[in-house]
Structures are given as C-alpha cells and as structure tokens.
Design a protein around this ligand. Structure first.
Ligand SMILES: Cc1ncc(COP(=O)(O)O)c(C=O)c1O
Length: 435
C-alpha cells in the first residue's frame, strides 16, 4: 500500500500521535523470524525453559474454575494473586501490603497509567539516559518533556539529576516524577548503586516528586549482593508506601505471555490508577491471573527463577567473553550482574542505526541506541540481548558484529586517508597541465 494512503487521515489524528513513534525493538521483531538470523535484538526471556508438562499442569487448575476464569474481574485484580505478589516482593526484601497492590496488564500498562495519571502536556519526567524505550513510548502519548540524567556504571548520577531539577525549576518546568529501572537496566544492564538509591529518594523528597521504580529484572541476579529496592528504602521511614510507585511484572520471572504486572503504591495514587485502568481495559484477564496464581501456589517458582539465572549467566558470560575476544579495542561495553542486556558503545563516528541493515544482511540483529533516548543521543550505541540466544550463537553473532564494525572503521580510515591525500594534491594534475 502506498505510504500516502496510510496518512490519508492525517488531518483527523490527535496531536499526541505526532509525538509517538513505534519502538525500534518492536519493529525489529519482524527480523527475529527470518531463518538463520542471530537476533541479539529481542528483550525476550527464554520461555522454552518452562516446558509443556508444567504448563499443562497449571492449566488444569484453571480449567477447574472455568466460570471465573472466563469472567470479567475487579479492576484492581483478584485477591489471590495479590498475595502472590506480596510474597514475590518480600523475596526481594520489600514488605508489600496486599491493599497497596494493583494488577495491570504487564508493567507496560503500569507505565501508561502512570503517564495518564501524572502527566499534562509540557510537564517533564526525569529519567536515565539511556532509558527503557517502551517507557518513552508510553509517556509520549501524554506529551511530556523528557530530561535524561546521565548514567555511568553505577546508574543515574544523582548530582546530574539534582542539577537538572534545579534548572527545570528555574525555567518553570514542572517535573512530575523520576523514572528509574534500578536493576540490570534496560537497555544498559547497569544497576543503580545503593547509596544512589538513597540519594534519589532524598532528591524526590526535596523536590516533592514521585519516583517510578520499574523493576522487572531485580530477581535475575547472577552474582553480587542484592540491593534494597527504593520502595524498601522508603519503608525505613514508615511502613506505608508514599512517593515510590513500584512497578513489578511476571514477565521475566514467569512468562510475558500472561501479560501481568502490578503497581504497588499508596491508596491515593492507586485510586487514580484504577480510574485510568477502567478507561483502558476494565480489568486484566482473570484467566491469566488464575494461571499465574495456580503456578505460584503449586510450583517452586524460586527454583525456576534460579534455573533461569543459571542459563542467562552462561549466556552473559558467552557474550562478555566473545566481546573481549572479537571487538576492536575502540568499542566499550557494560558488565551486567544480571538481567538480559549488555550495552555497547562504538566510536562516535559510527551510526548504529545506519549500520543495522549491513549487520542484518550478515544475519545478526541488535537494537540501535538512539531509540533509548528522547532526542537523538545514543547513535553510536547498541543494545545486545543475551537471554534468548544459545551461547554458540552469541559467540558467532558477536564475531560477525565485530566484523561489521571493523568494516565501518576501515571505511572511515580510508576516507580520512583520502581526504588527507586530496588536501596535498595539486588542483590540476601534471597530465592535465600538459594537454
Ligand atoms: C524496564 C521495563 N519495564 C517494563 C517492561 C514491560 O514489561 P511487561 O512485559 O511486564 O509489560 C519491560 C519489558 O521488557 C522493561 O524492560
């Protein structure tokens, strides 16, 4: 279909659509199904590890109460699953209260609802740079300004965050919340240091902001000490949630296919989120909630998470080892202690978006870095996923990627040499002069 047809109703679209773009990661999913491709682009947990038998078992439980499974449910979610969530949060050291838990259709819906509840056009959000592209996408519908605070190997830099907030206040820009993915961040794999978590909480108190703590990966730790969630740190000064809005999900510890996540927050915020969700989808699927409930009640979910981390660690190691073996010395990358991703930074003159077709033609895909920033940074960066690919394919994929990068570097070298010798060349050649 010609593109002009797609835009036939341009004059009818809402302004908010103009700020929205499809996530590069979603577009790239099409490449995943190409035969022979080694996709380091996805953000997929490896659901192949779950097994048909186990799935069959939990499905039987749900079928036993088919009438409820097939029915609408309460907007805030079924009671049983909230108990499961209290246990899951406890396993990460956060004392959650059942009444502060609200079920969403994936953490992604939590992000959208947070945008819906807090953001007016022109408000600002402060987030890591780079940050989760899906959050940028969700917030974009509400047309905020996005302020990125620089991230180093210990996560968002609080001094930079504070400066940004000071500047925004001077300019009369209303920053509504700080958005952070504190553990094994998507896309960098970086973890926010414990003292920085405390400092961010301090900053939020100082500026009277909310913190959106989006924590899909916290339980996928391969090594090192688990750090307290920001929600847990907030509990040091009182048992109730206050300004930390915690987003959790079953996607990475169980399965993204159930599309279930949750918000843990104080009642006032949850009330607004409830209203927002009623307009979005009335309630999350009972069927999914009952499936997850049956699994967490009857199976050793901690053992499954442990198994996942063992598999992912092996794959992370394969990725780090092959990066060290194959990449030119000008390329840098992060060393995540958990999660699904490594973030690589190439020489500044390489545009990872422009390079992608070449990589795909050689059967490797990655996600270019610019989609993780609002406003054009990150062009020379890429996100590499290790959770979904077997170690030998990771190795082969990184080897090919290194060749593609080297090709670009050599091209640049040739161009520079060309420019230098052109600068020393006479404007007309002796032969031309002789004619
Ligand atoms: C940081 C982050 N937040 C939220 C999500 C959305 O997760 P869910 O599958 O629960 O919607 C993802 C998915 O990859 C993510 O990486």
């Amino acid at each position: 279909m010609p593109l002009v047809d797609l835009d036939r109703f341009d004059f009818l679209y809402a302004n908010r659509v103009k700020g929205m773009k499809t996530a590069a990661t979603r577009d790239l999913m099409a490449t995943l199904s190409r035969p022979g491709i080694i996709s380091l682009a996805g953000g997929f947990p490896d659901t192949r590890t779950f097994g048909e038998e186990a799935f069959h078992e939990i499905s039987k439980n749900v079928a036993a109460d088919s009438a409820q499974a097939l029915q609408y449910g309460p907007t805030a979610g079924l009671e049983g699953i909230k108990d499961v969530i209290v246990d899951v949060m406890e396993a990460e050291g956060t004392r959650a209260r059942q009444e502060d838990v609200f079920i969403t259709t994936g953490a992604q819906q939590g992000l959208d609802l947070v945008g819906k509840v807090f953001l007016d056009e022109g408000d600002a959000v402060l987030c890591e740079g780079p940050t989760y592209a899906g959050a940028l996408n969700a917030f974009a519908a509400y047309r905020p300004r996005v302020i990125h605070a620089q991230t180093d190997r210990a996560g968002m830099m609080p001094s930079v965050a504070r400066e940004a907030l000071k500047k925004a206040r001077r300019q009369g820009v209303h920053v509504k919340f700080i958005y952070t993915v504190p553990n094994f961040q998507n896309p960098t794999g970086v973890t926010l240091a414990a003292e920085r978590r405390r400092e961010l909480l301090e900053i939020a108190r100082e500026y009277d902001l909310v913190i959106i703590e989006d924590n899909p990966y916290g339980m996928l730790r391969f090594e090192g000490e688990a750090l307290p969630t920001i929600a847990a740190l907030e509990q040091e000064s009182g048992p109730e949630a206050d300004r930390v809005v915690y987003l959790g999900t079953f996607s990475k510890i169980f399965a993204p296919g159930v599309r279930l996540g949750w918000v843990h927050a104080q009642p006032g915020i949850l009330h607004k989120i409830n209203i927002g969700k009623q307009g979005a989808d009335l309630c999350s699927s009972n069927l999914s909630q009952m499936l997850v409930y049956a699994y967490f009640q009857n199976a050793d979910w901690r053992a499954y998470v442990k198994r996942l981390t063992t598999i992912y660690k092996e794959r992370r190691d394969a990725m780090l080892d092959s990066l060290a073996e194959f990449m030119p010395k000008e390329v840098n990358w992060t060393h995540p202690q958990g999660g699904l991703f490594v973030w690589a930074t190439l020489p500044t003159y390489i545009d990872a978006t422009a390079m992608l077709p070449r990589a795909v033609s050689k059967n490797v895909a990655y996600v270019p870095g610019e989609g993780f920033y609002a406003g054009g940074a990150g062009k020379n960066c890429m996100r590499l996923n290790f959770s979904f690919v077997e170690p030998q394919n990771i190795r082969r994929g990184i080897e090919i990627l290194a060749e593609v990068i080297r090709e670009r570097m050599e091209l640049r070298g040739d161009l520079e040499r060309g420019v230098r010798s052109a600068a020393h060349m006479p404007t007309t050649s002796p032969m031309q002069r002789g004619r």
